[in-house]
Design a protein around this ligand. Structure first.
Ligand code: GDP
Ligand code: IMO
Ligand code: MG
Length: 423
């Protein structure tokens, strides 16, 4: 097996960055295939905390090439800042960081539209405000600016006019806000194009050749399956295909190419932004989990909502992305709590459901819990995998029908236990 996918199996922030960094040590390529700088993937190396937004989480490994494929919505200014920061820790050159010719560009107009829409009271999603939705709208509307358009001023001017004139009208006449002119946006993006040029490549053929020649390719998902535009809890989702299907369209490979599909699962549930979350804990213990787990968004700093592990959600995610195994993260956070619960099913209109199909209205789902013996060991202090976790893991494996191959019990690289081999 030479290719592997990392997929968030909940509402994002499951620990994909940490697992990608660890498995990326053995990879030839790490590929981001969707989303943009709405993602915040954290890697802890000793005292250092590195948060990646657009750059793939394999970047710390010198022998690994990081690829931003065409399914990504790309923000040039944020990328340059991120690159500068990463370059403080490791040398990054265009030989090992590639951006697709066909990545969709996020302009300042997209960001502005995102924030205006979020400011309106009638349809708040709780977005990250990075312009993700509006940029994907232009892609689907066939008027997006692609990376390759940044290199020719005439083309860029013509395409920006097509994409932005309508928005200019909205800013001026409907929303009555200040906005940069199209000419200013042409100049700004053209300049970024000059700097970015050495990194730009035909990643479609790069990835195809890599997979055909047996290179080890890791596909790094952003967000999570419940935030998927089609599979997620619509409309409280992001605007891309966050599940396995996004790899085929966003990186340009076919189903058979991806061997293992590793679902990343936090040992409890978190969510940032609006939308239903059946196991959200209103009582004090929810705040405790939030504090112990330091559950603040890595991109926006917002407080993450916390709840017990939700098996119906996971059962659905396993089906939605044909997950083949699971990495269970942050088990250490649950240790020392006076109670430990897992939701095994929901009750909706007097009927019981054990799988969160999208047809179910999650806002009406009453979680049914199984109580387990709380964990007592301080897993982090112990510094190794604890036997005490076996019942929890068994319950997950029995319910989902796939193995828990990895258990993470702390943010650092060494705080990991492999129950299965990858790559
Ligand atoms: P991602 O978006 O899926 O990459 O996840 P984030 O980086 O947004 O959030 C996960 C957070 O949990 C980060 O701060 C990680 O450093 C941290 N983390 C990852 N795995 C573990 C773990 O096993 N235990 C603890 N305590 N923290 C972890
Ligand atoms: P990573 O990759 C958690 C959420 C936002 C909001 C919704 C739509 O770090 O797991 P958007 O800005 O994408 O239009 O926002 O999706 N969201 C995330 N939540 N982790 C993320 O990424 C997220 N990216 C977007 O909070 O609810
Ligand atoms: Mg995150």
């Amino acid at each position: 097996m030479t290719s592997l996918a990392i997929i968030g199996a909940q509402w994002g922030d499951e620990g994909k960055g940490k697992i990608t960094d660890l498995l990326g040590q053995k990879a030839d390529y790490v590929v981001r295939f969707q989303g943009g700088n709405n993602a915040g993937h954290t890697i802890i190396v000793g005292e250092k905390k590195i948060v990646l937004h657009q750059i793939p989480s394999g970047i710390l490994h010198k022998n690994c090439t990081s690829v931003i494929a065409h399914g990504v919505v790309f923000e040039p200014e944020a990328f340059m800042e991120e690159l500068k920061k990463v370059s403080e820790d490791i040398e990054v050159n265009p030989d090992r960081l590639k951006i697709s010719l066909h990545a969709t560009i996020i302009t300042r107009y997209h960001k502005l539209l995102d924030s205006i829409r979020e400011g309106a009271t009638n349809n708040k999603i709780g977005t990250t405000g990075k312009g993700i939705g509006p940029a994907y709208e232009d892609k689907i509307g066939r008027r997006a600016i692609k990376m390759k358009d940044l290199f020719n001023k005439e083309v860029l001017t013509r395409k920006l006019k097509i994409a932005l004139e309508e928005k200019e009208h909205l800013f001026k006449n409907l929303y009555k806000v200040d906005y940069p002119t199209i000419e200013e946006e042409v100049e700004r993006l053209f300049e970024f194009g000059q700097v970015l040029f050495p990194y730009v490549d035909d990643t479609f053929s790069l990835i195809d050749k890599a997979t055909q020649s047996g290179k080890k390719v890791l596909f790094e998902g952003a967000q999570g399956i419940l935030l998927d535009i089609d599979y997620g809890s619509y409309p409280y989702v992001t605007s891309s295909s966050t599940g396995a299907a996004g790899i085929y369209t966003g990186a340009g490979v076919t189903n058979g190419v991806v061997g293992e599909k590793l679902g990343i699962v936090k040992a409890y549930t978190t969510r940032v932004g609006e939308g239903p979350m059946p196991t959200e804990i209103a009582e004090e213990i929810g705040d405790r989990i939030q504090q112990i787990g330091a559950e603040f968004g890595a991109t926006t700093g917002r407080r993450r909502r916390c709840g017990w592990l939700d098996l119906p959600i996971l059962k659905y995610s396993v089906k939605a992305s044909s997950l083949t195994s699971i990495a269970l993260t942050k088990v250490d956070v649950l240790s020392g709590l006076e109670e430990l619960k897992v939701c095994y099913a929901y009750e909706v209109d007097g009927r019981e459901y054990d799988c969160a199909y999208p047809g179910l209205d999650l806002s009406q789902a009453k979680p049914l819990y199984k109580s387990l013996k709380p964990f007592k060991d301080d897993f982090q202090a112990k510094g190794k995998y604890a036997e005490e976790l076996e019942d929890y893991i068994k319950l997950i494996e029995e319910n989902l029908g796939i193995p828990v191959g990895i258990v993470a019990f702390g943010p650092e690289r060494s705080q990991i236990h492999f129950r299965k081999d990858y790559f």
